[in-house]
Write a protein that binds this ligand. Structure first.
Ligand code: GFB
Length: 317
């Protein structure tokens, strides 16, 4: 066993200042863990192997959540492909190697649903990994995440480590990046509707055809699932984390419009990419272990909009 039940065991959350790592840190603290370690980018550059090695030698975390990553929406992935593949490969390599050398008992690597083929069968079971061609707009990011999975599996095979890989679906939550260009669809549209409401605009532009379908999970549910799996997942192989339901982008946009209280029209800009037509994870493996999400989508969106309004000056870039 990995001794995750000891509440004073040192746990390192890589990426604790981000959307996902922040939620995992909160979830651990809420459960009574007393030694939840986080480092800001200024204190520890995860792209620097020597710094990461020194940090692990000093802190010797028994458990690691590898939630540090360079992430962004469809436009950011398409515009900065070198940054996405380089940063993610470096971060993974450095953290996995240092965890192995420092004797970390269990590491959880967070991948992404974009590791699956563009035209994967739906809902997407874990065995769709490497079964077909990827979505071109985020292929560099996806290849880095696939390399992360292989890294964990290879260390397990060769060195007998206990490194598990989980694949979250599209996420949303408070503390997200609300950049109008580079963010994911929920924060980007929320920000755009908000500005349109303040300006009294008659319409808001939504990228693409509105037809793609996405599954969205609140980041607090993701964090809950990660802690649940860190504790109890004995199986081998990657495991999907999602809620099992998806929504068309056009419908999502209307829902966000209502949450924000914008009264105008939606216009679709077909010159912008749609990305993968559908990305709904098969979560039967996770659900069979007894885990279920708790946050209703409407409540989650309202919660994020409240957060955005309270932090608008920071979130606005
Ligand atoms: O959130 P998003 O960028 O993620 O886009 P992906 C989802 C869908 O929303 C796409 C549409 O069909 C977009 O065209 N969309 C409509 C918008 N309006 C907007 C907008 O204002 N901003 C954005 N961003 N989208 C990312 C990947 O793909 O998902 C990453 O690029 C990662 O690698 C992440 O996997 C979870 O699901 O298309």
């Amino acid at each position: 066993m990995s001794h995750f039940e000891d509440l004073d065991t040192p746990i390192y959350v890589a990426g604790h200042a981000g959307l996902v790592g922040g939620a995992i840190s909160r979830a651990l603290k809420a459960r009574g863990y007393t030694r939840v370690i986080g480092r800001t980018r200024a204190d520890l550059d995860l792209e620097d192997p020597a710094a990461v090695r020194r940090f692990f030698e000093r802190e010797r975390p028994t458990h690691v959540f590898l939630a540090a990553a360079k992430v962004g929406g469809i436009h950011a992935n398409n515009t900065y492909p070198a940054d996405f593949i380089r940063s993610n490969l470096l971060i993974q390599l450095n953290v996995v190697e240092a965890a192995y050398r420092a004797g970390t008992r269990r590491l959880m690597f967070l991948g992404s649903s974009c590791i699956y083929p563009k035209l994967a069968r739906q809902p997407i079971p874990e065995d769709e990994l490497l079964a077909g061609r990827l979505e071109p707009t985020n292929q560099p990011y996806a290849v880095a995440k696939i390399a992360g999975i292989e890294l964990c599996d290879s260390y397990n095979r060769q060195y007998g480590t206990d490194f598990v890989s989980v694949m979250p679906t599209n996420l949303y939550g408070p503390g997200d990046n609300f950049d109008l260009q580079n963010a994911h669809v929920i924060p980007a549209l929320m920000h755009r509707f908000h500005l349109a409401k303040l300006a009294g605009d008659s319409s808001v532009t939504v990228w693409g055809s509105g037809k793609p379908r996405r599954e969205f999970l609140h980041v607090d549910d993701l964090a809950d699932a990660c802690v649940f799996l860190m504790k109890g997942y004995e199986g081998r192989g990657i495991i999907n984390i999602g809620c099992g339901e998806d929504v068309a982008i056009a419908e999502l946009a209307q829902t966000i419009r209502d949450v924000v209280g914008f009264a105008g029209r939606l216009e679709f800009d077909a010159s912008k990419p749609d990305g993968t037509p559908r990305k709904l994870l098969d979560v039967s493996k996770l659900f069979a272990l007894g885990w279920r999400p708790r946050v209703r989508f409407a409540d989650g969106l309202a919660d994020v909009y409240r957060w955005f309004c309270a932090h608008e000056s920071d979130a606005r870039r």
